[in-house]
Design a protein around this ligand. Structure first.
Ligand code: GLA
Length: 382
């Protein structure tokens, strides 16, 4: 991939790149929709990601070439604005953040591409944002600290892509560690690496191949609903700043005054935070089966209480329940499509793919995709 990116760079811009950066996508073992509620998550960076080649061009604008879209796009550095739905929006969002933080970004040429499926819930947008931030920082010698780059990437997503995402994806893309998941406290960004040794089991992702167009607005709505629960709870409770500060008993107190669906969002988040803690304890003890059970419970919560699943995801998870070699399965990421994450016995992976693919085809008339991933390091120069 690196060679391909460099060759393309030379072909498009007639010079060698200054550097090439790689930023990975992520999986999330457990802890979904908890990050923007100051809760816990347990993601890991993967071996698939986005590659960016960059060089200065001495011009008042930047030229960016996307291998996947086979398209070049120029951006004026004096007037950056989001271009809804366009791939360059993420890049412009990061540049704009760097400028606002006072970094004098000059004209650059960039080529990017990768092996991370887009729209599969593996955080390709965070991977692009982080690769772009790092490569610009390195090109102009800004030496921006990792934590700042993570925040600029998240802000780019908020302000340019219009998704009020939490910090999980950008943090993981930058901080990932080979063969480890990260238990991250999204309140203060303290974290621990946990080795993920699954023995005779492995992770396998099943991609529904569906993406619902309303996913972004539904995501932002969930965020508002969580804020509504917090606001209500603050009337009875002091020192509450997020759902992280609440227990289920606090929700009982506000039950009569709040919409049932909104209350369910709060219940889910409180329960999910507890599941992440339990999963991290189980992982420490090597109790993989326990982790699997918690994953099923997460799916149930995401589907019934948080209402971010869809029939394709529910179907894939349900199918695994009769397979004794699958010990955990759930939808992963924001929801409304994308992938399920499964823990399955390695030697049964072939059988699993066969029967799941055929059941899915019968039901939805299309084939799912399967990704066997490994956990890798975070953003780096390659
Ligand atoms: C998306 C967001 C993350 C997180 C997940 C759900 O991936 O970008 O911040 O909220 O959804 O856990």
């Amino acid at each position: 991939m690196k060679t391909q990116i460099i060759e393309k760079f030379i072909e498009v811009f007639q010079q060698e790149p200054h550097s090439v950066y790689f930023s990975p996508g992520r999986i999330n073992l457990i802890g979904e929709h908890t990050d923007y509620n100051e809760g816990f998550v347990m993601p890991g960076a993967i071996n698939l990601g986005i590659y960016v080649a960059i060089a200065a061009n001495g011009l008042p604008f930047s030229r960016i070439y996307s291998i996947d879209f086979d398209e070049e796009f120029s951006i004026s550095l004096n007037s950056l604005a989001p271009k809804k739905g366009h791939w360059a929006t993420y890049i412009m969002g990061v540049v704009s953040q760097l400028q606002q933080a006072g970094y004098p970004v000059k004209g650059f040429d960039m080529v990017f591409g990768g092996d991370l499926p887009v729209g599969a819930g593996l955080s390709s947008s965070a991977a692009i944002e982080c690769a772009v931030g790092f490569s610009i920082s390195s090109l102009f010698g800004f030496n921006i600290p990792k934590h700042s780059l993570i925040h600029y990437a998240q802000k780019a997503e908020h302000l340019f892509a219009g998704v009020q995402c939490g910090i999980m994806d950008q943090f993981t893309s930058v901080m990932g560690k080979k063969d480890h998941v990260i238990k991250l406290d999204c309140r203060d960004l303290s974290f621990d690496y946990f080795p993920l040794d699954l023995g005779v089991f492995q992770l396998l992702l099943v991609d529904t191949q569906v993406q619902h167009s309303l996913a972004d607005s539904a995501y932002n709505r969930r965020r508002n609903e969580c804020a509504e629960v917090v606001l209500m709870a603050q009337q009875n409770q002091v020192g509450v700043t997020s759902l992280r500060d609440l227990k289920l008993k606090h929700l009982d107190e506000i039950k009569p005054f709040i919409d049932r669906a909104v209350l369910d969002r709060g219940t889910y988040v409180i329960e999910e935070n507890e599941r992440v803690i339990k999963a991290s304890e189980a992982l420490k003890e090597g109790e993989i089966f326990k982790v699997g059970e918690l994953m099923y419970a997460t799916h149930e919560g995401l589907s019934r209480k948080y209402d971010v699943s869809c029939q394709e995801l529910d179907f894939l998870v349900d199918q695994t329940k009769s397979l004794d070699y699958v010990i955990g399965s759930r939808m992963m990421g924001g929801g409304f499509g994308g992938c399920t994450i499964n823990i399955i016995q390695k030697e049964k992976a072939g059988h699993f793919k066969e029967i799941i693919a055929s059941a899915y085809l019968d039901k939805f008339g299309k084939s799912p995709k399967f990704y066997t991933i490994s956990l890798g390091d975070g953003t780096r120069e390659i």
